[in-house]
Design a protein around this ligand. Structure first.
Ligand code: GLU
Length: 265
């Protein structure tokens, strides 16, 4: 608990939810989980926290919308489905947040856009304005012009870049795994969940392993890259299991859940 004491005072929080957290095993959107997530974010917002949501799920929503039975492997088809599904996804968020009297905004970003100085400035100004208007920004990759996160990352890296762009205090990555393990828990029964990565010896990349499980398109590798980016930019990050969005409360209480990347002093 003491290691994570600083989490109690975090004000500007980025929450990233991946496709695997937002969908049922058959690929359709898990609406009850999205509704719960909207409830948790609303609660934090009412407490005076500034929350930015980075959400995947556009392709999944597109798959459901046109009645496919699974996500296609073809990249261009995925881009088209993301274009169809993004409208649906935002409609769903709007509906749930509206029930709580909250306004959301849609921001479609790319990694290279955030790296470009003038676009970076534009994006930062937009975030700043939205947060001052007490609006909840909902970010996804602009899959029409960029496929970085479709191919590798499922928005893990984008969410870390957004966190540094807006000087967030904390990034919470919700996934379908409890956190970073010492080895693949699906194969190795001795695998241990790492609670605090700063206490482990050596290079964190040694915890990257291949797994068959649906960790999202970047698996653990993109989450560790996101963690490295956050730590280098002085931002704390926690990876936790998003099966129940209430875990966000547990993270914010500074409890030992998931894996903590210590970025702040
Ligand atoms: N931007 C994509 C989406 O919203 C990312 C999904 C993925 O990589 O699976 O669907």
């Amino acid at each position: 608990m003491s290691e994570r004491k600083s989490i109690l005072n975090k004000k500007r929080i980025v929450i990233k939810v991946g496709s695997s957290t937002l969908t049922h095993p058959n690929g359709s959107l898990n609406l009850s989980r999205i509704e719960k997530l909207a409830g948790v974010i609303t609660y934090l917002h009412n407490q005076g926290k500034e929350v930015v949501l980075v959400s995947s799920g556009a392709i999944a929503a597109g798959v459901g919308k046109i009645g496919l039975d699974k996500k296609p492997a073809d990249k261009i088809k995925k881009q088209a489905l993301a274009a169809i599904g993004q409208a649906e996804l935002i409609k769903i968020y709007e509906k749930f947040f509206e029930e709580y009297n909250k306004t959301v905004a849609q921001l479609l970003l790319t990694r290279d856009g955030i790296e470009n100085a003038s676009r970076r400035r534009n994006a930062r100004n937009t975030f700043k304005e939205l947060l001052s208007m007490k609006v909840i920004p909902i970010v996804n990759e602009n899959d029409t012009v960029s496929t970085d996160e479709i191919e590798f990352g499922d928005n893990d890296i984008l969410s870390a870049m957004v966190s540094s762009l807006i000087n967030a205090d904390l990034l919470i990555i919700l996934s379908d795994i409890d956190g970073v393990y010492t080895s693949d828990p699906n194969i190795d029964k001795n695998a241990r969940l790492i609670s605090d990565l700063s206490k482990e010896d050596g290079d964190i990349s040694k915890f990257i392993f291949d797994s068959e499980s649906a960790f999202g398109s970047g698996g653990m590798a993109s989450k560790l890259t996101a963690g490295k980016h956050c730590v280098e930019n002085g931002i704390d990050m926690v990876i936790a299991n998003g099966a129940n969005p209430s875990i966000i409360y547990t993270v914010l209480e500074g409890k030992e859940v998931g894996t903590y990347f210590k970025g702040s002093e």
